[in-house]
Design a protein. Structure first.
Length: 129
């Protein structure tokens, strides 16, 4: 449930929600190496898509994959932050499991994304030879 400030208008709350979201994204870019790796891979995939002139459907698929992996990385980072906050440098097997499961979700999505990327780009590579 969201904490609502009764002194802020709906417009201000709406605007602030975007500000806070961007702060979360920027914080993740600065602190999470894997997020930066996914951003770099995304840029390279977009460049490859432009070079190979992929179809509209292929663009839609790629942007869904890119958005999905970045969103999962953000969620995984949030899980890690909450676990670290609650555990305060203590160890608990459930805390480890929570962090491992979040990382596992990102890994599964990344593997599927690579497979789909291969299916999109391999035929393009054979045509350009």
């Amino acid at each position: 449930m969201a904490c609502i400030d009764p002194f802020k208008s709906n417009g201000k709350r709406f605007f602030h929600s975007f500000v806070f979201a961007w702060q979360g994204i920027i914080s993740t870019v600065k602190s999470e190496r894997n997020f930066r790796i996914h951003l770099l891979a995304s840029v390279l995939v977009i460049i490859a898509g432009i070079y190979f002139r992929i179809s509209l459907l292929e663009w839609i698929i790629l942007f869904l994959l890119i958005g999905g992996i970045l969103a999962l990385e953000l969620i995984n980072t949030a899980i890690e932050c909450v676990v670290d906050l609650v555990m305060q440098k203590k160890y608990h097997p459930l805390a480890k499991t929570a962090k491992d499961v979040g990382a596992g979700a990102v890994l599964v999505y990344a593997i599927i994304s690579v497979i789909i990327g291969i299916l999109i780009f391999i035929p393009k590579l054979t045509i350009h030879q």
